[in-house]
Unconditional design. Structure first.
Length: 178
């Protein structure tokens, strides 16, 4: 009988029913999951042909074959299509970014240049006072954008800033009309 590895999230059960053999396989639940049940001698073999799952890197096709008691998983990378979604003005946000840490004063121009090259950054201040470095800026972003703050942190750390405290706040750019 085949052994099939199971995912720890959502599952479906496939049971074999025969007078001599009864077993349960835990299978990942998917919309594209194809089950095959066939009789082998006095028992039935329940396996799945494959399924497709989506991840951040693209689509992968996984398959498992239940012949000969061995499960085999094969992953194939397929390129993910780029999706373009228009951004409405109601989706725009202003992020207030303040990072405190340490920075050599000679590295201030490096941090400043690195942040000025980022689209949507304004009101940029990089200063060292009494041994504490502060980076403050405003960044125009969208509700859908993820990782905006982490990209800024990576940029300043790459330029020599050692982060200790990060403060973020957001302001919706919509004006409420009454």
């Amino acid at each position: 009988m085949a052994s099939i590895a199971a995912s720890s999230t959502f599952h479906s059960f496939c049971r074999t029913k025969s007078p001599n053999l009864s077993s349960t396989h835990l299978l990942p639940l998917s919309k594209n999951l194809n089950f095959r049940t066939r009789a082998i001698g006095n028992s039935r073999n329940c396996s799945f042909a494959g399924f497709i799952k989506q991840n951040r890197l693209g689509l992968r096709k996984l398959s498992s074959i239940g012949e000969g008691g061995e499960g085999v998983a094969v992953a194939e990378e397929q390129p993910q299509e780029t999706v373009s979604v228009p951004v409405s003005p109601s989706d725009m946000l202003t992020m207030f970014f303040q990072a405190d840490g340490t920075l050599n004063e000679a590295a201030i121009p490096n941090v400043t240049r690195a942040l000025q090259d980022i689209d949507g950054v304004s009101n940029l201040k990089v200063q060292v006072s009494e041994g504490v470095a502060v980076v403050e800026l405003l960044k125009q972003t969208t509700v859908q954008a993820t990782g905006v703050a982490s990209n800024l942190v990576e940029t300043i750390q790459g330029a020599g800033f050692k982060l200790q405290t990060l403060n973020l706040s957001f302001e919706d750019d919509d004006e409420v009309l009454v």
